[in-house]
Design a protein around this ligand. Structure first.
Ligand code: 1PZ
Length: 209
């Protein structure tokens, strides 16, 4: 349904966007580059279309994720870069505060990592159902930081995920095209995730939340 000769599938647009970001970061080994919020949020908001291929069970996850990306995006012109966001919250001692942008950035980063882990599981064996691949990824990446109530809702939602084949149909991908797009995303997202983590750890902020 997203297929278009000019623009490609949703998955290919996501991989393109993250490759562009990771190319920026790799240019100087991620040491001194300042990643800007605007292109980062633009890439993150593309991910939202994946939710559409999952059925209604993850409507609440979609709203959670997109509202955080939107809040960061709206602050883009004020802050400019990701590091400015964190500097601001460090100064005002609001790094982990409920509505802080530094907290939202941490959650969005966990979302990107969740997809990466999910794709990795999905590609690791044809025997994995989408439900198994997603449950494993969630358990590893997000569950440790979520409340019992959220974890329970997520595990109920997992049962309503489509099958592998249905997901590929919804995404307008073949086995082969999905594999190559997912591999591109896995490769491109890792340096971005590491870059974000480094913004926290280099300021003495732990990643256990
Ligand atoms: C094909 C892909 C299947 C993936 C299935 C993934 C299901 C993940 C469900 C996550 C539900 C999150 C519900 C809300 C959690 C909130 O408690 C936390 C903490 O918020 P805070 O207290 O800081 O305000 N929110 C989050 O962790 C942000 C949401 C992350 C979810 C990202 C999903 C990523 C995209 C999945 C791909 C479609």
């Amino acid at each position: 349904e997203f297929e278009d000769a000019e623009t490609g599938t949703a998955l290919s647009l996501i991989s393109d966007a993250f490759e562009e970001l990771s190319d920026l970061i790799k240019k100087d080994n991620g040491v001194s580059i300042e990643l800007r919020l605007k292109p980062f949020c633009d890439a993150c908001s593309l991910v939202s279309v994946l939710f559409g291929s999952l059925g209604i069970a993850f409507k609440f996850a979609e709203m959670e994720y997109t509202s955080k990306v939107r809040d960061l995006s709206e602050a883009a012109s004020l802050y400019g870069t990701l590091s400015k966001v964190i500097d601001y919250d460090v100064k005002s001692d609001t790094v982990q505060s409920a509505e802080s942008l530094t907290r939202k950035l941490r959650r969005v980063r966990q979302g990107l990592d969740l997809i990466r882990e999910l794709f990795q599981n999905f590609l690791s064996t044809d025997d994995y159902s989408l439900k198994e691949a997603a449950s494993e990824a969630y358990k590893q990446v997000c569950a440790p930081y979520h409340t019992w109530a959220v974890r329970t809702a997520v595990s109920a939602g997992m049962c309503a995920l489509p099958t592998r084949d249905q997901l590929l149909l919804n995404l307008n991908e073949s086995d082969e095209s999905a594999e190559s797009e997912m591999r591109r995303y896995i490769k491109a997202s890792l340096p971005i995730i590491n870059y974000i983590d480094n913004l926290y750890t280099s300021r003495g902020i732990t990643l256990d939340w």
